[in-house]
Design a protein around this ligand. Sequence first.
Ligand SMILES: C[S@@+](CC[C@H](N)C(=O)[O-])C[C@H]1O[C@@H](n2cnc3c(N)ncnc32)[C@H](O)[C@@H]1O
Length: 211
Amino acid sequence: MEKKGIAEMFSNMLLYEFRNVVFSFGQNLIWRRELIRLSRGKLLDVGTATAIIPSIYRRGPSVGLDISLGMLRRAKRVCPLVLGDGEDLPLKDSSFDTLTVAFTLRNIPNKERAIEEFYRVLRDGGRLIILEMKLERWNVAGILYSLLMVFLAPLFLSSFSDYAYLLKSMLNFPDDKKLKGMLERAGFRSVKIKVFFPGITRLIYARKCTG
Ligand SMILES: C[S@@+](CC[C@H](N)C(=O)[O-])C[C@H]1O[C@@H](n2cnc3c(N)ncnc32)[C@H](O)[C@@H]1O
């Protein structure tokens, strides 16, 4: 799916925040709390959608960025909101202490380019925190989750192709080893990955290191 189609799909999603709770069995709150616990200083949230992360972050100023104007129109007015692409951030070099990107990286076609951009806008020592869902083809949790989506997705998505796209994006997301390699090639260090039960959602933490 092209970037324009992805942006439209998200802005057409019904009951967006409720959908997150249903598809994560309420665990999305725990995952985001862990992301907030690791965040410090001035924060940029890429793929902010309705600005849930800026709305619960208290350790400094935050900025929310999203490629979808429709999504930003639905965002909570808690911080400055920027219309922009994760692959080409309209922001200055070394201007943030933390960059969060939750359930968004798998929607960005050129992940290497986006990771380079994340590195560029972070200050030296800055923190990159990624939350993402990865489905393994022959994993029991993955198969059960795909079936759950078959039944629930029609309640929130406008078409079957949107459902197919979301499932494919989770299957195609790089595995932990590959993602770690991508982050290290961009210059990130201290990469740590925490996989939440039952093995679909992971939190990836890395620090920008210029030395
Ligand atoms: C699943 S939602 C994000 C959820 C949000 N981060 C949260 O914690 O609730 C994915 C968001 O990424 C945005 N997005 C997709 N591609 C993007 C890109 N290339 N650059 C920036 N945002 C993008 C979509 O418009 C959508 O709002």
